[in-house]
Design a binder for this molecule. Sequence first.
Ligand SMILES: Cc1cc2nc3c(=O)[nH]c(=O)nc-3n(C[C@H](O)[C@H](O)[C@H](O)COP(=O)(O)O)c2cc1C
Length: 390
Amino acid sequence: MFKNKKILLGITGGIAAYKAVDLASKLTKMGAEVKTVMTSHACEFVNPITFKSITHQPVITKMFDAESDIEHISLADWADLVVIAPATANIIGKTASGIADDLLSTTIMATTAPILFVPAMNIHMYENPIVQENITKLTNLGYFFMEPEFGILACGYEGKGRYPMNEEIVFNITTYLKYTKDLSGKNILVTAGASREIIDPMRFITNHSTGKMGLALARAAHIRGANVKFIHSSISIKVPEYLDSIKAVSAEEMHNAVLREYPNFEITFMTAAVADYTPAKPSKQKIKKSDDLNLELKRTKDILLEIGKKKTSDQMLIGFAAESENLEKNALQKIEKKNLDFICANNLNVSGKDETEILVLGKGTEIKLIGSKFSVAHQIIDVILKSTKK
Ligand SMILES: Cc1cc2nc3c(=O)[nH]c(=O)nc-3n(C[C@H](O)[C@H](O)[C@H](O)COP(=O)(O)O)c2cc1C
């Protein structure tokens, strides 16, 4: 995935430095060439040998090292992307003030590669207006930042400041190797997951959708700077806390949430697998076992049809169709019937998997996309952005 990609990993003196060992390992296993620069304080937390053994690459800790044949500028020129993880309040402050007094801060100053900061610190440090002002300043200058997570921090406090999951950092790295915040200012609505229709307090009707494609779209759009709202039914994966999300479990809840939110969004991806039928009379008590049971079902509201009718000239609506037969024909019919701009059609056999194969169909567009759901999500967004620029 990261074959031929050169990633410079900067480690600073935070307690989460040990977690960056796993990040270095993940990136190396994914094919990246990872060179590590550690501040002297970072070396108090993790021995440089650990990173060297994992990345099979040199680890540089000193600027004035007569033994090293790596010059400070050569690392800056070498990198496709610089990732500072964890990033201390100190390195953020130094970068914002133009200070270059060690190898890492000098490399940051000298590189023209994109730079991703992954701040991790005590909640009061993170909330300190000076740190926040530095982050805002650097963000406005085009540096990328991830938000730390909420949780119990190493210092014993509970709050925002925790080092994010390395998987999330990898999603950011994947994105910033190719994209910028090109969706800044765009409002994007994404629905995902399988609805649950209540039969009785114990039982429900559902389907195989895991919500992975919708989450991939929401995550990709968020990292590229969009304001994303994520409305989800039951999904098999944890929704990241950075996503502004609403839980809407049944078809009716999904209908209400989507119709309420839809007018505020210029691009809507309807990936949720919403039930077409729901029990006509859900039982308040658990249905006792007897002979054969006939379950009467009634039609749910067609959310896509309703919002398609409300679509304005400023809005784009993208539907998803999972079909077991006549994929293209059924998808094209859906575009017309539901007033969609695009439909992403996939065969049912990719349901639940991390890889996918999607046919994007629109007026004058027919593109086949293959890859991980996250990479396909980026490519779907690209197709849509390109069509708006025509
Ligand atoms: C045990 C311990 C844990 C620390 N954890 C953090 C941290 O998580 N985040 C942070 O910004 N600073 C943390 N610090 C403070 C930094 O190490 C300090 O600001 C240092 O100057 C950072 O230097 P550097 O940015 O050059 O690595 C910690 C200090 C100690 C002693």
